[in-house]
Design a protein around this ligand. Structure first.
Ligand SMILES: NC(=O)NCCC(=O)O
Ligand SMILES: [Zn+2]
Ligand SMILES: [Zn+2]
Length: 466
């Protein structure tokens, strides 16, 4: 089993920052050691990585991706192979993707289909949540089985009527089941029925361009659904994780719930922190590149999101990576914004954007690691195997250069999509060397991993409950 020594870096975890050498034995971290101890270990090492002037951080855990997701008559453009490779370049070493139940189908069939897409193709480790698209008695029983197989979180949609939507009764029943089997319900909280009325009215008035997507998906309808989801979870006695929170009013609902001591958690995504309705309103059809749901909000909402991230009313930053090419995919909605496939690319950019947030004073360095590595690992039952650097943990490690300058661009990114949502943005900080279970998968800008290195992770239940 190969031994690696990572020498001279500042080890940053959610819990502490310390100068230490990291000893890796095979797939695991063996120890964090003082230089004299590492010195004695070094002759037996197969590889020594010089991390002087660098941070050594846990690999990122992106708990919200959609590789190869079918949506709006097309399929998200990153495969598990291309998407996980891009994630590795960006310092993310674990993804939790969403398997989807077909309406009328079983959870088993949905999960098997996602295993078939991912198996043998991933550059980094991966796990699955399950999307419940058709809750019924049989599905409720199947949920228990999935929990025992390590699929311990279930996403439901209050949005997208006729597609992935669940009504309140179905949501309540699934939450009751989760209250019994330990699973974590996840919610896409937007009032989709009301939004569909506003979409129809906008189109009837000839308003077809991308900016209207942001206008009809109102912040109040995100807040209303967030409130309703929280009350349903209280009635069921289950915890709740609200995905891709974008509106200040929705953060206020989470704050109120958390002030009551409820097991209610919020996630936001880099696009809501760094982009806004100004991007949706770009000239011509450019705004289509920024169509996602929940939508980008006016820039004023960002302050509430940053505040929520500092106060832990928002506990996780995931990407909701769901890329669609501008040419051939986003343009399905050229004459009707409601036909633009929803989703943004970002799995490669998350760690760097959040590091920039550290430099900009929004969050501390340790909070960066907490939001992007430790808490998602805890939330989804992967800790301490993932999300930290400690003896016995998987050696998913990033040697991070905090001074490297980069200009984000589709010309240089590794995601399989023809545009970058952050094109031209200058960032300081970049992953230099990335290890996944002890194997160097990215080395100084070069990919050294391979498809199939990534393993499926069977997850425990949520480790973040109060
Ligand atoms: N978010 C988005 O726009 N697309 C992916 C599906 C979802 O998460 O709702
Ligand atoms: Zn969603
Ligand atoms: Zn999503």
């Amino acid at each position: 089993m190969a031994r690696t020594l990572i020498r001279g870096g500042l080890v940053v975890t959610a819990a502490e920052e310390t100068y230490a050498d990291v000893l890796v034995d095979g797939e695991r971290v063996a120890a964090l050691a003082a230089p004299e101890v590492a010195e004695a270990w070094a002759p037996g090492a197969d590889r020594v990585v010089d991390a002087t002037g660098m941070y050594v951080i846990p690999g990122g855990v992106d708990a919200h991706t959609h590789m190869e997701m079918p949506f709006g008559g097309t399929v998200a453009s990153d495969t598990f192979e291309t998407g996980t490779r891009a994630a590795a370049f960006g310092g993310t070493t674990t993804i939790v993707d969403f398997a989807i139940q077909q309406v009328g189908g079983t959870l088993r069939a949905g999960l098997d289909a996602w295993h078939a897409k991912a198996d043998g193709n991933c550059a980094i480790d991966y796990a699955f949540h399950m999307i419940l698209a058709d809750v019924n008695d049989a599905v409720l029983k199947e949920m228990d089985q999935l929990v025992s197989e390590g699929v311990t979180s279930f996403k439901m949609f209050m949005a997208y009527p006729g597609v992935l939507y669940s009504d309140d009764g179905r949501i309540l029943r699934a939450m009751q089941q989760a209250a019994n089997n330990g699973a974590l319900p996840m919610m896409h909280a937007e009032n989709g029925i009301a939004i569909d009325v506003l979409i129809e009215q906008a189109l009837a008035n000839g308003r077809t361009d991308p900016r209207v997507h942001g206008e009809v998906r109102k912040a109040l309808l995100e807040a209303e659904a967030t409130h309703r989801a929280i009350q349903l979870a209280r009635v069921a006695g289950s915890p709740l994780y609200v995905v891709h929170v974008s509106a200040a009013e929705a953060v206020a609902e989470l704050t109120a719930a958390r002030d009551l001591g409820l097991n209610v958690f919020g996630e936001t995504c880099p696009q809501y922190l760094f982009l806004s309705t100004d991007d949706l309103a770009r000239p011509g059809f450019e705004g289509a590149k920024y169509v996602c749901s929940t939508p980008l909000r006016p820039v004023e909402h960002q302050a509430a999101l940053w505040r929520g991230l500092r106060s832990d009313d928002l506990s996780v930053v995931s990407t909701d990576h769901c890329p669609f090419c501008f040419v051939g995919q986003k343009d399905l909605g050229r004459d009707d914004f409601s036909k633009i496939p929803n989703g943004l690319p970002g799995v490669e950019n998350r760690m760097d954007l959040l590091h920039q947030a550290v430099l900009d004073g929004h969050i501390t360095r340790r909070r960066w690691i907490e939001l992007a590595c430790a808490t998602p690992a805890r939330m989804f039952g992967l800790y301490p195997r993932k999300g930290t650097i400690a003896p016995g943990a998987d050696a998913d490690l990033v040697v991070y250069d905090p001074a490297a300058e980069q200009t984000v661009s589709a010309a240089t990114h590794h995601m399989n999509v023809d545009y970058s949502a952050y094109e031209g943005r200058r960032l300081t900080g970049r992953a230099r060397t990335v290890l996944s279970r002890g194997t160097v998968v990215v080395d100084d800008g070069k990919y050294t991993g391979h498809a199939g290195h990534g393993s499926y992770l069977k997850r425990d239940t949520c480790q973040y409950l109060v």
